[in-house]
Design a protein around this ligand. Structure first.
Ligand code: PLP
Length: 215
């Protein structure tokens, strides 16, 4: 089932769209099936799972897509190829510090709380530009784009305005030409909403259920 789901998805996605398999709670066998069917990027929310699994597979990129706690940042910088959920100067500074120690430049995305939901992480739309301006001065991180979850709806069409707003900010930041900032990836859309997200400009989608089945 996992292989079939993955192949169907990869067939359907435009070439320009990267698939991140959101693997929280999945075991090594499940992840291996997705990889064998063509997945090249694994998204993890939990540091413990990622620590156990990341060394098992070669040629695979690991993206951190969960909420980053300060005390886990050193580990995250060691394990992950990209951190998609940076939403504050403090977190960015910690990543920068840990990356400098490891002689690394960490690619990051800025997470936007496009639905302005109290319970969600992410920087508010109006604060994105000033955050990026500050983060762009840190030499050991590299801002590569934006990520958003958006509110969850039964009907994914309702997500459209939030994706559209995130894309608008993405384009706006591009025109700023901040040094050390490359607006390349727009990570938005999950199993129930990725088609709408792609219509609104996503070039990275994070899909869990649609690959691995119900959690
Ligand atoms: C779990 C998760 C996903 C995937 O969700 P599905 O609905 O299972 O596709 C995408 N992004 C993040 C940040 C997640 O935590």
């Amino acid at each position: 089932m996992i292989k079939e789901n993955t192949r169907k998805l990869l067939n359907e996605l435009p070439k320009s769209v990267e698939l991140v398999a959101a693997a929280k709670t999945r075991n090594a066998y499940e992840i291996l099936e997705a990889i064998e069917a063509g997945v090249r990027i694994i998204g993890e929310n939990y540091m413990q799972e990622a620590e156990k699994l990341h060394s098992l597979y070669s040629n695979i990129k690991w993206h951190f897509i969960g909420h980053l706690q300060k005390n886990k940042i050193k580990k995250a910088v060691k394990i992950f190829d990209m951190i998609e959920t940076v939403d504050s100067l403090a977190i960015g500074e910690e990543i920068n510090k840990a990356s400098a120690k490891g002689n690394k430049v960490m690619p990051i995305l800025i997470e936007i709380n496009s639905g302005r939901e109290k319970q969600k992480f992410g920087v508010l739309p109006e604060s994105v530009k000033s955050l990026i301006k500050k983060l762009s001065k840190l030499p050991n991180i590299k801002i590569m784009g934006l990520m958003t979850m958006g509110p969850r709806f039964e009907n994914p069409i309702s997500s459209r305005p939030y994706f559209r707003e995130t894309k608008r900010i993405f384009e706006e930041i591009k025109t700023e030409n901040f040094p050390n900032v490359e607006m390349k990836y727009l990570s938005m859309g999950m199993s129930n909403s990725y088609r709408i997200a792609i219509e609104e400009g996503a070039n990275m989608v994070r899909i869990g259920t649609g690959i691995f089945g119900k959690r």
